[in-house]
Design a protein around this ligand. Structure first.
Ligand code: HEC
Ligand code: HEC
Ligand code: HEC
Ligand code: HEC
Ligand code: HEC
Ligand code: HEC
Ligand code: HEC
Ligand code: HEC
Ligand code: HEC
Ligand code: HEC
Length: 302
């Protein structure tokens, strides 16, 4: 997977480029260091010290602490009441703030940020990461749980998680980021794999096969029959059996109708007309719907 390649933190030289452009924003300002900032912003300095951005790894990339991101602050420290000199980032355009973050984070999972759905729709790094909060359990500089951050914008997905059959996301067994890379991917819908199926196989490995008899729609895309987040039909199905089967199998030898008067082959076949919505309907006989290794029958389980 390409987005795993590269390092998550780029070289210090790139970080310095931001420092240069920040200097341009506050003409004549120089770096004064965290100790000076701390004389007035002690609380923020303590907070940042407890995050990854207070770590030795950060120091190796940039020695300027607060000013690595906010730019040189001497002018502001000398005249804190002058609003024009305050090195504020909150009001800056998303693109400018993101460029600052990407001066260090332009590889690894952030490699495909540019052109990603979130970037093009104006979602900023700081919308998901709260840069000054302590390190949280989800490896986010965010005081909020990652799922809650996602659901604050994606309300339709929140609704899906409450359906009868759902991936155990709200139970905390898997996370949005197990399937999506919110920073951008080469696969549509921010899927963190080469295809939807490759992503599904990463946890449901037995569905990969190999099978002697494949079921074409399974190989093509699991989402032919399943929804990813939640469904009110069992097993995350888009609709229930037999209707889900009939969407494709309408003109085959037997299944076009749910009831018929023909006899089915085999020693146990009923002597009366068949009823294909009895019990598990089609799955009563076609039980290996994802693929079969039965040596002599291509009919998925019979
Ligand atoms: C002499 C005191 C003093 C020093 C030193 C100082 N600041 Fe400030 N800073 C202030 C005051 C006062 C404000 C106005 C808003 C407030 O009260 O937080 C402010 C505002 C800010 C803001 C904008 C916040 C906003 O809400 O607009 C940022 C960002 C900031 N300072 C960063 C820094 C950084 C980084 C340093 C070190 C380079 C620094 N400050 C040094 C006193 C100081
Ligand atoms: C990794 C980059 C980074 C570092 C390091 C950092 N900040 Fe910030 N800071 C930001 C960003 C980004 C925002 C704006 C967040 C937003 O958009 O809501 C911000 C916001 C602030 C604010 C208030 C909001 C505003 O107007 O910008 C203050 C005050 C502040 N920072 C001070 C500091 C101080 C003091 C330090 C050093 C202890 C520091 N920051 C270190 C990135 C950083
Ligand atoms: C000067 C370089 C630099 C800049 C600029 C920078 N970071 Fe970082 N960031 C780092 C380093 C170094 C780490 C720690 C990496 C490690 O320990 O493996 C880190 C870690 C992180 C982490 C992981 C935190 C964790 O708890 O594991 C997040 C999230 C993050 N940064 C987001 C941001 C955001 C958002 C911005 C912009 C507001 C930003 N960074 C700007 C260097 C930087
Ligand atoms: C839509 C929400 C969202 C946005 C926007 C976002 N992130 Fe993240 N970020 C996450 C989540 C969730 C994680 C934790 C899951 C993971 O590690 O994949 C994370 C993890 C990280 C990490 C630590 C994991 C790693 O190795 O990369 C860094 C660093 C980071 N983000 C930086 C950034 C930067 C820089 C930006 C802007 C260019 C950004 N993020 C934009 C949600 C977001
Ligand atoms: C600040 C709001 C916001 C947050 C927070 C947010 N998103 Fe999004 N996301 C959007 C917008 C806007 C789009 C564009 C499509 C749309 O309007 O639904 C989008 C699109 C997506 C898409 C579809 C991408 C595509 O190519 O169609 C996925 C998947 C997604 N987000 C996942 C996440 C995940 C996972 C998180 C949490 C880590 C998250 N989002 C957090 C605003 C957000
Ligand atoms: C088990 C894997 C998986 C998990 C976990 C997951 N998703 Fe998805 N998500 C998908 C797949 C697959 C798609 C559809 C991709 C396609 O249509 O090609 C998708 C589509 C989306 C979309 C775009 C379409 C839509 O429904 O609006 C959004 C937004 C989204 N997911 C957000 C989230 C959020 C937020 C979370 C966490 C609460 C999450 N996803 C958890 C697999 C997952
Ligand atoms: C990160 C791991 C992960 C990924 C990726 C994943 N799943 Fe799951 N899936 C799970 C877990 C965990 C369960 C719950 C299993 C349990 O409770 O026994 C589950 C359950 C299911 C169920 C049964 C639901 C029920 O109600 O019993 C179906 C169907 C399913 N997944 C399909 C998919 C499909 C299709 C994909 C790809 C779009 C996918 N999964 C991707 C982890 C994953
Ligand atoms: C042709 C429709 C169809 C396609 C395509 C499909 N499934 Fe299923 N899947 C089903 C049906 C029907 C069930 C319910 C089976 C049952 O109740 O025994 C099911 C059940 C499941 C289950 C839960 C029960 C079990 O067998 O573990 C998982 C997990 C699952 N599917 C994963 C996948 C994955 C991964 C893919 C893609 C590789 C996929 N499915 C593609 C129809 C489909
Ligand atoms: C998205 C379309 C689609 C769906 C939904 C679907 N199938 Fe299929 N199915 C196919 C295709 C395509 C083939 C391969 C036909 C061929 O090779 O001639 C196939 C093959 C089969 C075969 C083997 C037939 C043979 O001649 O080898 C059986 C049995 C079967 N499907 C049963 C089911 C059942 C039961 C369901 C519902 C759980 C289902 N299918 C849902 C498209 C679908
Ligand atoms: C009582 C057992 C049974 C049930 C229930 C059943 N089938 Fe079949 N099916 C078979 C047998 C046996 C064959 C192979 C012999 C044949 O061709 O009739 C077969 C063959 C098939 C074939 C491949 C042959 C063809 O007609 O092209 C498809 C597709 C199929 N079934 C789909 C379905 C669907 C969809 C349902 C549910 C509406 C279903 N079956 C219900 C036993 C069953």
């Amino acid at each position: 997977m390409n987005w795993r390649l590269g390092t998550s933190v780029a070289v210090a030289a790139v970080a310095l480029a931001w420092g240069v452009s920040a200097t341009a924003q506050t003409p004549g300002a120089t770096y004064v260091g965290n100790d000076t900032c701390a004389t007035c912003h002690e609380e923020v300095v303590d907070q940042v010290a407890g995050t990854a951005h207070g770590s030795p790894a950060f120091g190796r990339l940039s020695a300027h602490g607060c000013e690595s991101c906010h730019g040189p602050g001497s002018a502001h420290a000398d005249d804190p009441d002058n609003e024009a000199l305050r090195p504020s980032l909150a009001g800056k355009k998303a693109a400018d703030k993101d460029a600052m973050c990407q001066s260090c984070h332009d590889g690894g999972k952030q490699f495909f940020w540019h052109g990603s759905m979130h970037q093009t729709r104006g979602v900023s790094c700081a919308d998901c990461h709260s840069v000054h909060a302590p390190k949280s359990e989800v490896a986010l500089l965010s005081s909020r749980n990652a799922m809650e951050s996602c659901l604050s914008c994606h309300k339709n997905v929140r609704a899906e998680l409450w359906k009868n059959s759902h991936h155990p996301i709200r139970e905390g067994k898997i996370a949005c980021a197990d399937c999506h890379n919110p920073h951008g991917t080469q696969t549509a819908k921010l899927i963190a794999a080469e295809s939807v199926n490759e992503m599904c196989y990463s946890c449901h490995a037995e569905k990969r096969g190999p099978f002697l008899w494949e079921h074409a729609p399974v190989r093509e895309n699991c989402l032919n029959c399943h929804t990813p987040h939640g469904s009110n039909h069992i097993k995350l199905q888009k609709t229930s059996v037999p209707y889900i089967c009939q969407q494709c199998h309408s003109n085959t030898r037997h299944p076009g109708t749910l009831y018929d008067n023909t006899r089915l082959p085999g020693p146990d076949a009923p002597q009366t007309g068949s009823n294909r919505i009895f019990n598990r309907a089609c799955l009563d006989c076609h039980a290996t719907i994802h693929g079969s290794n039965h040596p002599s029958s291509p009919y998925l389980g019979y």
